[in-house]
Write a protein that binds this ligand. Structure first.
Ligand SMILES: [Zn+2]
Ligand SMILES: [Zn+2]
Length: 157
């Protein structure tokens, strides 16, 4: 006859099932005693320590909240400055003309960059043109006579 392996979990469960009525009875007795003598609530260590713990956590929370009010988070000027930035890029390839944003070191100027759509090295640093016809669209500026001009409307940028 094969010996069945003892399962520690089922044994533990069995033990718990045996113990449960005893604990329930003890709890009910305690509750009854407390109903007759409310002072007993406070004299039960478990109940007292729970109250202390909740009170302690509440007190800590109040102290931390007060500390936050007294010493607010660092002002923007005291935080480390950003070392990278977003650069708007427009593909100079007329068939593509994709507008996208690259994230690079501050002062980055190694344009043109590769265009993610047509894969050509035609991504030029873009500027916004605010002429009435362009209405804030991003364009690759054209260098004309020492001035940067919009390739769409010819306005100076
Ligand atoms: Zn492109
Ligand atoms: Zn324009």
């Amino acid at each position: 006859m094969p010996q069945e392996k003892p399962n520690p979990f089922s044994e533990w469960l069995l033990l718990l099932r045996e113990q449960a009525p005893i604990w329930r009875e003890r709890f009910e007795n305690w509750l009854d005693e407390c109903k007759e003598e409310p002072r007993l609530f406070w004299e039960t260590p478990a109940f007292r320590y729970t109250t202390y713990s909740i009170g302690g956590i509440g007190l800590l929370w109040i102290v931390f909240s007060a500390a936050n009010i007294i010493a607010p988070p660092l002002p923007v000027s005291a935080r480390p400055r950003a070392t990278t930035a977003d650069f708007h890029v427009v593909c100079e390839n007329a068939d593509c003309a994709k507008h996208y944003v690259v994230h690079r070191e501050l002062g980055f100027n190694a344009f043109p960059v590769q265009c993610p759509r047509c894969k050509e090295e035609t991504g030029k640093k873009a500027k916004q043109c605010f002429s009435p016809s362009c209405d804030g669209c991003w364009v690759p500026p054209e260098q004309i006579g020492g001035m940067q001009k919009c390739p769409n409307c010819g306005d100076a940028l």
